[in-house]
Ligand binder design. Structure first.
Ligand code: BG6
Length: 525
């Protein structure tokens, strides 16, 4: 594995530049304090939804906020036959649907957009792409740096990586070449390793950027700063003071138009193998010696390695699975999962899971980590809750006959981007009684200037060569090793149907969840 984030490596240099992003003193229109390397960004799957909804808007916003290099160009590549102008029109229309376009600056952006028809299976197509890139980059003074973004179905990842390799596009002789890959990284450990081998035929690890959009969320990035840039939290951040941790990512949305993928994935593959594991590692990891991509990822790897193997013989003592039934979301009727388009009428794919995990190390021995995620729940809520232990001895309990709630630190990611600390105070008045109050930090407080959305941040970091917010392959293999036995057991269990609890859309999931975690539903405060 390369030391891309190591001392003196390209990653560290990039990080220093990246660290000045969104500096409070910087003018609102400026995302960077130094120039980025010129580069060409090639988007595979350019006629698809992800390109129109996420990637082009992210690039456009970076462009508007001066977060792209002076010299850059974008080549969209896909099977659909289309010319440059048609591609530009399509992107303009898609952008206009979601945000205001700056009419004066659109032509400047648009002239950098190009389109190349490509057949993913054909070597000729990659040769033609290489030639076109060579020509456009020479013409526009862009040089030899390339980002290849895979916005294509996962089954094509290996084909495209190999195609790029055979066309000589993965080589770094004349500039850097970087491959951006989206989840899912395989369907299980074996397929994740197979995908990695295919990518590794053409690209080295330091060239691969595996996106987890949760890592690029501002408030998620803040976890390490909160923990390690403050002296007051870390002494309490262990089994002596923490009773349990809840990591939740609940949604009101259903499966939408993604049944083809979701039916095979279910919530454990869709949310747990990636986002939930990343959040867990940020809460549980030890402090790295420096803030560098590989050092941080080394510490995360140690957490994944320390996960207590799941007791698969008693899997349902530690795991509750559910699937949404008919219900109401925000007052409107919502269909059952099984009634969604392209979902089997007898589908057993879970759309809700609550899991109790343990990290077997000195710091966390015996502290349960509850991971909860589900679709069609009552609210969209992403947060990490550190529930501290109760006071060791309550001198008030007998006098007041009151239960004293333990302290709780909540790191809100969505919808609230905040940090709250709950503690006890005296209620004003003659009588002695307690009340729970919250100390609140709102993340946007005191901040002016552009906030980067997750895709903008991921693309920018890729251009900077900073791997901090991307998965490394060892983490992927370890998280699959943890989940594989659980998935195998659940998917082969005789009572599979009986173990999948149907919950009404718009609720907080099946009541069984409350048996595993009494503080549920919704980890309300
Ligand atoms: C994606 C999952 O990775 O994350 C989706 O595939 C899920 O099923 C989404 O809806 C949630 O992301 P966010 O940012 O809306 O919490």
């Amino acid at each position: 594995m390369s030391d891309f984030g190591g001392q003196g490596g390209a990653g560290e240099a990039a990080l220093t530049r990246g660290a000045a992003l969104l500096n409070g003193d910087a003018p609102a229109s400026c995302l960077l304090d130094g120039p980025l390397d010129p580069c060409a960004i090639v988007i595979f799957g350019a006629s698809g939804d992800l390109t129109a909804r996420k990637l082009i808007p992210a690039l456009y916003n970076l462009f508007i906020n001066q977060g792209l290099p002076e010299a850059f160009l974008v080549v969209g590549a896909a099977r659909t036959a289309m010319g440059d102008e048609q591609f530009r029109d399509k992107m303009r229309e898609a952008l206009g649907r979601h945000q205001n376009l700056d009419e004066a600056r659109w032509p400047e952006f648009a002239r950098r957009l190009h389109y190349q028809e490509l057949d993913y299976d054909q070597d000729d197509s990659y040769a033609a792409l290489a030639q076109r890139l060579e020509y456009l980059c020479r013409e526009q003074g862009v040089g030899g740096n390339r980002v290849f973004n895979l916005a294509i179905p996962p089954q094509l990842y290996a084909t495209v990586a190999r195609g790029l390799g055979r066309a000589g596009l993965a080589g770094e002789e004349r500039g850097w070449a970087r491959l951006v890959v989206e989840k899912p990284f395989g369907h299980d450990l074996a397929s994740a390793e197979e995908l990695d081998r295919a990518i590794a035929e053409a690209f080295q690890e330091h060239q691969v950027f595996r996106i987890d959009h949760y890592l690029a969320k501002e408030t998620v990035q803040n976890v390490l700063l909160l923990r390690f840039a403050n002296a007051i939290f870390e002494p309490l951040w262990n089994r002596n003071y923490v009773d349990h941790v809840i990591i939740m990512a609940t949604e009101t949305l259903g499966v939408e138009h993604r049944a083809g993928y979701y039916e095979k994935a279910g919530v454990l593959r869709d949310m747990f193998q990636n986002h939930m594991m990343q959040l867990l590692s940020l809460i549980a990891m030890e402090p790295p010696s420096r803030y560098g991509a590989d050092r941080v990822r080394d510490e995360k790897t140690k957490v994944f390695r320390s996960l207590r193997p799941f007791p698969v013989d008693h899997v349902y003592d530690h795991l509750v699975l559910g699937q949404y039934g008919e219900g109401r979301i925000k007052g409107k009727p919502a269909p059952a999962y099984r009634a969604e388009p392209e979902v089997a009428g007898d589908s057993l794919s879970p759309t809700f899971a609550l899991m109790r995990a343990f990290v077997d190390n000195w710091r966390w021995q015996g502290v349960p980590f509850y991971l909860v995620s589900g679709k069609r729940l009552q609210a969209k809520r992403t947060r990490m809750v550190i529930q501290f232990k109760e006071v060791p001895h309550s001198l008030f309990r007998e006098t007041l006959g009151e239960h004293i709630s333990a302290n709780r630190l909540t790191l809100g990611v969505h919808p609230e981007e905040d940090i709250t600390l709950t503690f006890q105070t005296k209620n004003p008045g003659a009588r002695l009684c307690l009340r729970s109050v919250k100390m609140l930090f709102d993340y946007k407080q005191g901040h002016e200037g552009p906030l980067l959305d997750a895709y903008e941040k991921a693309l920018l970091d890729c251009m900077l060569g900073d791997h901090m917010l991307f998965w490394r392959q060892d983490g992927i293999a370890l998280t699959w090793s943890y989940l594989d036995p659980i998935l195998r057991r659940c998917e082969s269990c005789d009572q599979r149907a009986g173990r999948l609890h149907v919950y009404p859309a718009g609720s907080w999931g099946p009541p069984e969840a409350g048996r595993l975690l009494p503080a549920w539903p919704g980890a309300a405060q």
